[in-house]
Write a protein that binds this ligand. Sequence first.
Ligand SMILES: NC(=O)c1ccc[n+]([C@@H]2O[C@H](COP(=O)([O-])OP(=O)(O)OC[C@H]3O[C@@H](n4cnc5c(N)ncnc54)[C@H](O)[C@@H]3O)[C@@H](O)[C@H]2O)c1
Length: 356
Amino acid sequence: MVRIKPLGEGRKFCGHTTARMVYPRIAVINAGLGEPSDLSRYAVACAEHTQMFLVPANAVGAPVQQCLSLPRLEKIRKELRFWQILYNRAPSSRENRNATLNIENKVVVITGGASGLGLATAQMVIERGGKVAIFDLNEDLARQAAENLGSNARAYTVNVTDDASVQAGVDGAADDFGAIHGNVNCAGIGAAARTVGREGALDIAKFNFVIQVNLIGTFSTLSKCAAVMAKNEPIGDDQERGVIINTASVAAFDGQIGQAAYSASKAGVAGMTLPIARDLARNGIRICTIAPGIFETPMMAGAPDRVRDPLIEMVQFPHRLGNAVEFALLSQQIMENPYLNGETIRLDGGIRMQPK
Ligand SMILES: NC(=O)c1ccc[n+]([C@@H]2O[C@H](COP(=O)([O-])OP(=O)(O)OC[C@H]3O[C@@H](n4cnc5c(N)ncnc54)[C@H](O)[C@@H]3O)[C@@H](O)[C@H]2O)c1
């Protein structure tokens, strides 16, 4: 049960019909003194949007006989906007219900969506009423994942290292769903080999392959998705058209022994985040990168205890591997929060990796 409690005497006001936010999710409406003002209509729209409780002011004993000055009105407007941002499903008008930040009915392409971090993100999108195009090299796993996710998910067999395959997947998803609003890039491979091993210098083909999958595959997919997103009708106050989320790794910053290729690929993903945000600003498309620490996914499941244990040891708190749901939670926040852009965010329990 919600207890109605005014924030403070200084905040009481009235005009004609007007409103104020007292607590998160409670809008207090001072009704009954003439025609509704623009501000009160605005507040009511906000309240409907946020499913706030509308409460007559006299329910909390607020005085109503006091005229509003213009600066006061401005302050209230800002206050309303503040609550909207805090409860970021609350754009300023009914039309904004279709804003990109609202995942419902939005189409998200997820590479590597058949497993691990990508699959958890796909589940999050489906749970919020969105639609998912799973791009994965593993055909069987992708089909199985789409079946489990239900009718709002489809699987596409895509190899992110093959430009034509990515283009076919993007075209297919755009045709099948009618649009693309989000793109989360989780397809990736781990690889461990020293720069100089027992057999000499690292085979450059191996280095190249990791870069092809993790870096070039990510750019290939996001650029093609962005080209489709750019055709979306701009929506919401911010005129947004789409959101891209890439997956780097903490190895982009503190790579371990044997991680030259992997760290280079992930540093590339982190490094291209800002210039891409700048490129796509004119299209109304945001991009952020998540740099996960060590997560409990099939990629890590294969690692022996002698690899896992020292990694867990380096995690500060909570003292465990990350859960894929925690990655999906941050993906959700990036999708929904319109002010996140051009940034790489570590999600790592405070880990700073040691050389080995
Ligand atoms: N798990 C971790 O601890 C961790 C930590 C940091 C970063 N990451 C990164 O997160 C991403 C996801 O990792 P995960 O742990 O979920 O791995 P995962 O192995 O569970 O899933 C990766 C998926 O990518 C797919 N894939 C691989 N190569 C592909 C290709 N060429 N084209 C299309 N799909 C391809 C695989 O089939 C698989 O379904 C990777 O980029 C990884 O480097 C993972």
